[in-house]
Design a protein around this ligand. Sequence first.
Ligand code: MN
Length: 742
Amino acid sequence: MMRQYELVERVQRYKPDVNEALLNKAYVYAMQKHGHQKRASGDPYFSHPLEVAAILTEMHMDEATIAVALLHDTIEDTTATRAEIDELFGPEMGKLVEGLTKLKKLDLVSKKAEQAENLRKLLLAISEDVRVLLVKLADRLHNMRTLDHMPEAKRLRIAEETMDIYAPLAGRMGMQGMREELEEIAFRYINPEAYRAVTARLAEIFERNKDVLSEIEKALSGLFEKHAIKAGVKSRQKKPWSVFRKMEAKALSFEQLSDIFGFRVVVDTVEDCYRALGAIHTTWSMVPGRFKDYISTPKQNDYRSIHTTIVGPSRQRVELQIRTREMNKIAEYGVAAHSIYKDTGGKTNGAAHAISKETNAYAWLRRTIEQLAEGDNPEDFLENTKLELFQDQVFCFTPKGMLIALPRGATPIDFAYAVHTDVGDTCVGAKVNGRIMPLMTELKNGDEVEIIRSKAQVPPAAWESVVVTGKARAAIRRATKNAIRKQYSGLGARILERAFERAGKTFTKESLKPVLHRLARKDIEDVLASVGRGELASTDVMKAVFPDYKDERVTPAAPKQREEGWSKIRNAAGMLFQIPGRAARKDKDQPRDGAVPIRGVRGDLPVRFAPEGAVPGDRIVGIVQPGTGITIYPIQSPALQAFDDQPERWIDVRWDIDERTKERFPARVSVTAINAPGSLADIAQVVASNDANIHTLSMVRTAPDFTEMLIDLEVWDLKHLNRLLSQLKDNSSVSDARRVNG
Ligand code: MN
């Protein structure tokens, strides 16, 4: 175990004016408080906070952070209290220790929602004082290093949590050294076999290439000497986890990975970086497409470096990273390095320890926190954040030249939402580098993106699966939820209007206000949406508004009557319906008043179609499905019989289609095809040449001579469908074609 004076000496090495008294006081206090407590390994408990402090000395942290590390488990595990720490070390340190205590209680909860809450609190705590993150990560790192002593069941969970949250978070904050070690240990526990295989293979390759590597190193050093560039050259080896992830993601073999070996060139100044690059590129040929200049455009986590791959002295591909000493420090320690630079020494000053506002890490943290303040579902938040943590980025520009950093794979929709939620919500198209491009286009570095907007737009729900940023996904989900709710309340308002009308009253939304309590709804919109969803009957609303209202609901006509003609019924929503008897089901021209207009699934009502489909031109009725909306059936559909005894679910509907409705409608047809080579192709050809789509096709029955199949088509209307059916029948490969339930 490290002695007290050793710890002080370590800090003194990089910070000569260290506040020794503070370190000594924290050391003694924590040691006394933990007393004879033991860790799972059998070591004295105090060895743990001490190791955490030691990790932080490697990152050259100031004495206040080191002291917090020594104290980080005292409130949780000993008799120490916040008040006592405040008194001995000041309230600023007390607050930090308490913050870490709260986070500890949140570790290793298995429920997703709680995990999300954990991450949320962690991010909020970091945004106030980055030292919480540094101590937390050092704490996690030491726990990972000693994971062997944990019960087996717990090990895997800790390793997974580390891989999911702490390692990416360290990476996002620019702390690559921390990230790599966390990943390496977590990988070993999560997938021991893969870890062993990859590690053994890497060692083997390294052994085999030892001579080549030292040859390259010499060649590089010689080159820099010749050009009088002061540079340190160090070979570096890819870590097992990143090799494994790359192999998995790109389905590559070991041999195909070109960048297992690399060299890092560290120079004094930015100018030297480019001089070194020039010297390298004029001596060896570069591999096209592998050059990246993260000095002129730093990564989101503030990483700066030049990357290039060359065909080296022994015809081998060599990856090179060129950077200054300071860039190297930031690449290794990230925000920790920033907080060192910001610390002016001497006194601890809260502001000095917040992440510097100019850093990209800070910008990311702020955006993420904004998003969690907006989002209402913590699980979504966890998903979104995890997604973002893992991704690399592209840099794009607005027409005015503003830089927008996005994760790799981002689309113009992500871009629009990154600019502003309003821009995303009203986005209908995009110009990429001056050309109109589909909204699914994957953006590339340097793209200039102009968003075309329309006030009438509601973001389609399908966008959710297209976008990659959490912000866009959360906003689309929110907009979709609102749009659906609006649809339901619109339908509810229509239903109530008509119920009031029948009772000789005029419906106003205001009339619902006094009865909200009676209806157990929180606001007027809620009443309307409930009626629209079929959860609340309009008769119940009527009874609430007019206490002497008589329910004139007509019971369904006797089955016999319904054999013929139309019978009138009133449904639970109070709407009067004409239900067609069997004879009348053929009568497609029955005129109706006040039917609800149907514009298709993209209209403003929550509508879906019966499995067998319904197309404009069909006489249709709707069946209310509580919670999902209206299902539209052609009136002759036998499936409607299932609803004969539930008149309250019927709703009168009519098509409301015009040339602006650019939508095809579903129809199921049954086709009997003669078994001959190419007959399926014939059928597909007829469908395609008639401007219809095949949605699904299934074989129902196959016999030696013919095959019966069901085809779900998408057609414009009934005329279109009938034309298609007759052409199918005329085809020599087809013996019969007819509509199912149509
Ligand atoms: Mn701890």
